[in-house]
Structures are given as structure tokens and as C-alpha cells.
Design a protein around this ligand. Structure first.
Ligand code: MN
Length: 292
């Protein structure tokens, strides 16, 4: 009679869960469209649109143990948000696979730091899907900016490999930094020309066999598919491209975040896609027997 307000099919307790959904409603450094703090709840609401059964993987999400812990109280100060995220993740059982709902992309470095610590001694390989290089040293007078997310991720202890896919935006200094520092990135144009499978294979060569963390900035998608993001960038990936990445990497992934949804600019389609991608991740991971 009463419907829970969390993510659809997430009706398990934390202890013993396979997956945990955590909302990170932080948008304190937004530079264009703000409001991604409302992203987690918009994704949860959209998640009820979908069937629990996924025929491709033959997985019913109702049969998985999924817990929704709700949102962390992150305030507006990025340093406070980062510490809070790290403290929160430290409380999660080691076996549970976390799915973080943003929030802006600046949430990702804290997640990566905490999960790399959790995955000692192997550390993490980090795959970022993003339109933007996010390699600035600082932006808007802060090193915590969403425009610095990948730069901060690269600095984290335990991050042993990194690659990004979908890139089509960055300042000249960021491209120079990537080139000089040997930062692996693959452009949206390369994905269009050579296909997502080919570019993902190349990224996975860079990432090696380590436990993998996947960070999805929804602006990696073309605005035709995901218009409601903080910094929309045309000529992006398709929803099929991103689905393909998830189905290939989910079986070895130790966590996922989906960030930069700004619901105020949405007619619902971006939140629906974000929710569907999170569900895809769980189904793909649970259905590891499926050939991909
Ligand atoms: Mn971005």
C-alpha cells in the first residue's frame, strides 16, 4: 500500500546487500546550470518507470539485494562535502557495490579516494565518461570545481590507471597537460568514426586488469539524449554507446557514479536515462554469464 521513496527495487537493508544506492546532492561549484543537487531524487523518481525484469540479462532487479541509503547531507562547501563523502564511504561494508547519484562531477574524486583506499593494495583503475577533460588545476578560484574532477582523480593515491571517453571540450592548457602527462583520453569524434567497441577496447588496454571504477558525467551524451546537464556539449555519444560501455565494464566494476543531472532543465528524459543506466549497471553486473 505504501511505496518507498528510494530507488525502485531497493528494498534491502545495507547489511548483506549486493548494491547500495547513495545520493550525493552537491552542486556548490556549478559554473553554468546549477541544480544538480536535485539530481538524486529525480533519478529515484524516474527509476519507477521501468520493469524490474531485464530480458537481455535474464535478471530481475527485485531478486537482487539493493539498498538505498538516501542522500548524504553535504552542504555547499566543497571541502566539507569531500570529507563527508569519504567518511560515508568508509562506513559501507567492503563487499557492497556502491552506486552514487550526483550531484555535480566534483563528487567523483572523493569517491575514488575512498574506494581506492578500500581496494588496497590493488588500488583502482578509473574510467570516466565525459564531454570535458576536467583537467584544470583550478576553476572559479577552487581546486574542488567540477571542471577539475579528472585532474583531482589523477592525483588520488591508489589510482593506478585512468582513461576518459567522449571528450570534446577543454582549454588549450588541459590538452597540453594531457599530452605531456600521458593522460589517456578518447574523443567523441573517435567514437563516432571507429565505434564505441573499438575505443572502449583501447581504453581498457590503458586501464589494465585492476578493479575498475566508472564515473559517468551525463554530458558525455549528446544533448539530444541528455539535455538536462550542467554544461551541455553537442556532438556527443548516443545512449547506446553508454549502455555498451556499462554492459562491458560492469562485471569488473567496483562502483559507479552518475553525475551532473540538472532536473530543472529536464522534461524527464535525462533523469529517465540516468535511472535506466544505473539499472543497466546492476543487471549487467548480476548477469555476468551473458556474453558481451
Ligand atoms: Mn563534463
Amino acid at each position: 500500500m505504501f511505496q518507498r521513496c528510494g530507488f525502485a527495487d531497493a528494498d534491502s537493508e545495507l547489511e548483506g546487500s549486493d548494491y547500495v544506492v547513495v545520493g550525493l546532492p552537491f552542486d556548490g561549484t556549478a559554473s553554468f546550470r546549477s541544480g544538480s543537487r536535485d539530481g538524486p531524487d529525480a533519478i529515484r523518481l524516474a527509476s519507477f518507470n521501468f520493469e524490474s525484469y531485464d530480458s537481455y540479462y535474464d535478471v530481475d532487479l527485485r531478486e537482487l539485494s539493493i539498498c538505498d541509503l538516501g542522500n548524504m547531507d553535504l552542504g555547499a562547501d566543497p571541502a566539507y562535502a569531500e570529507e563527508t563523502i569519504k567518511d560515508g564511504i568508509a562506513l559501507l561494508p567492503r563487499a557492497v557495490v556502491p552506486i552514487f547519484l550526483g550531484g555535480e562531477h566534483s563528487i567523483a574524486p572523493a569517491i575514488v579516494e575512498a574506494l581506492a583506499l578500500r581496494n588496497r593494495p590493488e588500488g583502482l583503475a578509473v574510467l570516466v565518461l565525459d564531454a570535458h577533460l576536467d583537467l584544470r588545476e583550478e576553476y572559479g578560484c577552487t581546486r574542488y570545481s567540477h571542471a577539475c574532477a579528472s585532474r583531482r582523480i589523477l592525483e588520488k593515491e591508489g589510482v593506478n590507471a585512468y582513461a576518459s571517453i567522449g571528450i570534446r571540450s577543454g582549454c588549450k592548457e588541459e590538452y597540453s597537460f594531457a599530452k605531456e602527462g600521458g593522460v589517456s583520453y578518447f574523443t567523441a569524434r573517435e567514437v563516432r568514426d571507429k565505434g564505441i567497441d573499438h575505443m572502449l577496447d583501447r581504453a581498457l588496454v590503458c586501464l589494465g586488469k585492476r578493479p575498475l571504477y566508472l564515473s559517468i558525467d551525463l554530458d558525455v551524451l549528446d544533448p539530444a539524449f541528455a539535455p538536462a546537464v550542467g554544461n551541455p556539449e553537442p556532438f556527443g555519444l548516443t545512449s547506446w554507446d553508454v549502455k555498451r560501455v556499462i554492459e562491458c565494464v560492469a562485471p569488473r566494476a567496483v562502483g559507479l557514479d552518475i553525475n551532473e543531472l540538472t532536473p530543472a532543465y529536464d522534461r524527464g528524459e535525462t533523469a529517465l536515462l540516468a535511472a535506466r543506466l544505473a539499472r543497466e549497471f546492476m543487471a549487467a553486473k548480476a548477469g555476468t554469464g551473458r556474453p558481451v
